[in-house]
Design a binder for this molecule. Structure first.
Ligand code: BGC
Length: 409
């Protein structure tokens, strides 16, 4: 096999998101939903808020040279327009630790959870939500920008919008349905989605998606005014919809890719320095193959990250793989998944796609949203009783890749 050596300066690391790992965040829409019994309680999560130094030491020992994290909007702006310098000080300490350890930080300013005041006042349905969001983003960059020069405004706008306003499985639990009672099962528990019969949630979904794009664009403009050298991106969840030989299936794939990926990308592309890619799903219309599955019951298709990169390549911006990984509690497929995925990235690079980094999801097991703590995505296993960390064998396979900047054989 030919060696696959990545460009010098390629970023290798893993991702986390504040709410999923930190613990102790109670003033968000998700914490409120947990109190209402609609989603599992997150509680102290991994205790990463206190243990970040030890966790970053592990990442360093695992050969990483970069780390993607998010900062918690509800900590930084607990009330509308009131910012908390204690939270800022915490994240300054986090960034200093990352920098001291040679882990280049990539910050996502907002990863799904909303401050309660924002959620209760209408979330991204609010007409002024783009300005409100951009003010928060600019504040963070003003206070952390000397320690980090890579910021993404938001994580996976389409996942946030469709789970909240179409499927009704995430806050604010609005569901597009033509019947008036819809029950949803989250982590084995049944509850009623908001009885919003008819087309209203569909229109709201489109409004939310429009506002999210505007919010990104406005945040981009404000950050750039403040600090032109700061790189600003958006993290996009890409589902690879493919068709088989049948032209009708190809048409379906084209339409699905348009609505899931390109519609949003076209709205923001002039206001982004790079694109973050989160890849988890490959699905082919007309496919009759029996796929091997991950613990999430998702197709085990790591090499198709290549197709996801090709979908974004047309925008001609640098791409960073900000997430890709699998739930695999017994670690039986993770090493293979990572290896085949890195090969997929290599293939795209060879074809001229400007990929700059790769972050595995996730550094450690964490709160998997409506599924709670059962699904295990981590390179590091968490014992939720003791908060003990244990490095999984696959993490050492990834370590070799990170240290060799690719694959020697
Ligand atoms: C999200 C993560 C999530 C992961 C696995 C991504 O869509 O950004 O927060 O844990 O998928 O489901």
């Amino acid at each position: 096999m030919e060696p696959k050596i990545f460009p010098a300066g390629f970023y290798w690391g893993a991702s986390t998101a504040s709410y999923q790992v930190e613990g102790g965040i109670e003033n968000t829409d998700w914490a409120e939903a947990a109190r209402d019994g609609r989603v599992p309680v997150c509680g102290r999560a991994c205790g990463h808020y206190e243990q970040y130094e030890a966790d970053f030491s592990l990442a360093k020992d695992l050969g990483h040279n970069a780390h993607r994290l998010s900062v918690e909007w509800a900590r930084i702006e607990p009330e509308e327009g009131q910012f908390d310098l204690v939270a800022i000080d915490h994240y300054r300490a986090v960034l200093k630790d990352l920098n001291a350890k040679g882990l280049k930080p990539f910050i996502t300013l907002w990863h799904f959870t909303l401050p309660l005041w924002f959620a209760k006042s209408g979330s991204f349905e609010r007409r002024d939500s783009p300005e409100v969001f951009a003010r928060y983003c600019a504040y963070v960059v003003e206070h952390l920008g000397d320690l980090c020069d890579e910021f993404a405004t938001m994580n996976e706008p389409n996942v946030f919008g469709s789970n909240g306003w179409l499927r009704g499985s995430w806050p604010p639990f609005k569901r597009f349905s033509l019947t008036d009672r819809v029950s949803i099962t989250n982590s084995g528990r049944q509850y009623e989605a908001k009885p919003s019969r008819g087309f209203a949630p569909l229109f709201l979904y489109f409004r939310v998606m429009r506002n999210l794009a505007k919010a990104h664009n406005e945040a981009y403009r404000r950050i750039k005014r403040l600090s032109p050298a700061t790189s600003v991106s958006v993290v996009k969840h890409v589902i690879v919809f493919a068709g088989n030989a049948n032209p009708f299936n190809r048409l379906k794939a084209w339409v699905a890719n348009y609505f899931w990926t390109h519609k949003f990308m076209k709205r923001v592309i002039r206001h982004t320095d790079s694109i973050g890619l989160n890849y988890y799903f490959y699905t082919q219309f007309g496919d009759t193959r029996k796929w091997r599955k991950t613990d999430m019951d998702w197709n085990f298709a790591p090499e198709h990250i290549y197709d996801a990169l090709m979908i974004l390549a047309r925008y001609r911006k640098p791409i960073i793989v900000t997430e890709s990984g699998l739930a695999d509690a017994n670690d039986s497929g993770r090493a293979e998944y990572i290896t085949r995925q890195v090969e997929g990235v290599w293939r795209a690079l060879k074809e001229g796609v400007d990929v700059r980094g790769h972050f595995y999801w996730s550094l450690m097991d964490n709160y998997e949203w409506a599924l709670g703590f059962e699904k295990r995505f981590g390179l590091i296993e968490i014992d939720y009783e003791t908060l003990e960390r244990k490095v999984r064998p696959s993490a050492y396979v990834y370590k070799e890749i990170c240290l060799q900047n690719g694959m020697v054989k």
